[in-house]
Design a binder for this molecule. Structure first.
Ligand SMILES: [Zn+2]
Length: 477
């Protein structure tokens, strides 16, 4: 362990109540980005961070993002930028987080007021934004403060980028990052994002991969208007019947994608990769618990994790225009739109996948000899991301985990996507690390969101320790 860590950890423990108080103040600002009437609170939260950074001597600025697209009466909340240290002999780490939160109302099933941090006897700190992402964002500020109060040299230059629209599509952020890549972010040597979770509750992880997603609409139409089945049933081609046939041709009940050309693009599993899964702290019971049932496809954890992380999947989501209310209505819908998406992995190519989907749908529709019309289109596409876990950014983080938690971290991927990860990688060309603070039981986005006191305080140690090891790791790529 590097010699400065001992006094740093001690200082963090000594300041624990103060750091929790800072989180309490942040949670009290209901910075819900999805609700127009809460926009002033989102802005207020941005200003709160700006002020806290200033107090710590961080060079900070608020960058406006202009009006919200399609809602010209609303200003987008500002990006909060910060720069701490500017020493050419130190590495520079760029960190990202977000200060907006998901909506929350007590009536949704919260046991406590969502915008009042409330700590129970198990040390669980309930409050909207506690774990996603105010706790981790404040973690960086707290790490700075603990260094100052312990009289320790800060080991790196830190660049900070905190946004206020993450829970609402990060509007305006991509362009901003691209634009600043060669300006404000120019000196960054690597990127660290703390905005995801441990796989379980015991063991920290470092995340090096995310799946992408491509979302499709499959539209079948025919009749000029909705029809009555008593009059037209048996005499007209029905769009819903065609759609059900095509949708059932996309994926098998065991999850196998039946679209030709997709499996062929998946990167093969290497022996080295296989070895990574064995030790990961995850059991089939963890899966069953989070499923709320025993309906898993595979009997073992390795294949289950691969199914979530490194193989593509296709899910059917719904049918727009179909009758879905309770009761019996004898309608024949004139136009129905099936919704499905594909979670993508290396080396699937966005355009290539779109082409395979189109060819498959057209071929299946042709088999039906239907006089209806059918078209499919991709609504939005986000690419997968995989980083090298051998990069010094990751080896430093692994050492930091060991210094705080006395275990080696799990190297994980995630099945979902965090689009900003790929944006930072593409814009800066630097290695990006996902270094989570919270655990799998934190219920981000859900009712009773919480962050454990343990995860918060040890997480502050982790972030600071990571920066110390970053300063020491040899340059390997
Ligand atoms: Zn988040």
């Amino acid at each position: 362990m590097t010699p400065q860590l001992e006094p740093y950890f001690k200082q963090v423990d000594g300041l624990a109540d103060h750091f929790i108080e800072r989180l309490r103040q942040a949670v009290a600002i209901p910075s819900v980005s999805a609700e127009d009437e809460r926009r002033p609170d989102v802005v207020k939260m941005g200003h709160f961070l700006h002020e806290e950074l200033k107090k710590l001597g961080v060079e900070t600025e608020l960058r406006p993002l202009g009006k919200q697209p399609h809602k010209e009466h609303l200003d987008l909340p500002p990006i909060v930028l910060g720069r701490y240290g500017n020493d050419k002999n130190k590495r520079t780490i760029l960190v990202y987080g977000h200060y907006d939160v998901q909506p929350a109302n007590k009536e949704d099933g919260w046991n406590t007021e969502p915008f009042e941090l409330s700590i129970d006897d198990k040390g669980r700190m309930f409050g909207r934004g506690s774990t996603d992402d105010k706790g981790p964002v404040l973690g960086w500020l707290n790490a700075i403060e603990a260094h100052q109060k312990a009289g320790l040299d800060f080991p790196v230059n830190l660049l900070m980028c905190f946004e206020g629209m993450e829970e609402h599509g990060s509007e305006g952020l991509d362009d901003f990052i691209m634009e600043e890549a060669q300006k404000y972010f120019k000196t960054a040597d690597a990127v660290c994002i703390s905005d995801n979770y441990w796989l379980g509750t015991e063991k920290p992880c470092l995340t090096y991969g995310l799946r992408g997603v491509q979302y499709y609409s499959l539209e079948v139409s025919g009749p000029g208007q909705d029809l009555h089945s008593g009059v037209f049933g048996g005499t007209a081609h029905e769009p819903m019947t065609d759609l059900a046939k095509i949708m059932s041709s996309l994926v098998d009940v065991d999850g196998t994608i039946k679209i030709k050309g997709i499996a062929e693009q998946v990167a093969p599993v290497t022996d080295e990769e296989k070895g990574l899964y064995k030790d990961i702290a995850f059991t089939m019971d963890n899966l069953y618990e989070s499923l709320g049932s025993k309906t898993g496809i595979f009997p073992d954890k390795e294949r289950t994790l691969m199914g979530r992380w490194r193989y593509p999947s296709l899910s059917l989501h719904g049918i727009e225009g179909a009758y879905s209310a309770p009761g019996a209505k004898t309608v024949i819908p004139a136009k129905v739109i099936g919704k499905f998406s594909i979670r993508t992995v290396p080396n699937l190519d966005i355009d290539e996948v779109n082409k395979c989907v189109e060819e498959h749908v057209n071929a299946e529709f042709a088999k039906l000899n239907s006089k209806n019309t059918c078209k499919v289109f991709c609504q939005h596409a986000g690419k997968w991301w995989v980083a090298s876990p051998k990069h010094w950014n990751f080896t430093a983080a692994a050492k930091a985990v060991e210094s705080v938690f006395k275990v080696k971290p799990d190297l994980t991927r995630e099945g979902g996507s965090i689009p900003v990860t790929l944006t930072f990688e593409q814009a800066t060309g630097k290695n990006v690390l996902l270094l989570p603070m919270g655990s799998s039981t934190d219920a981000a986005h859900s009712t009773n969101e919480k962050l454990d006191r343990y995860n918060y305080i040890e997480g502050i140690k982790l972030l600071g320790s990571y920066l110390h090891y970053v300063a020491e790791e040899p340059m390997n790529n």
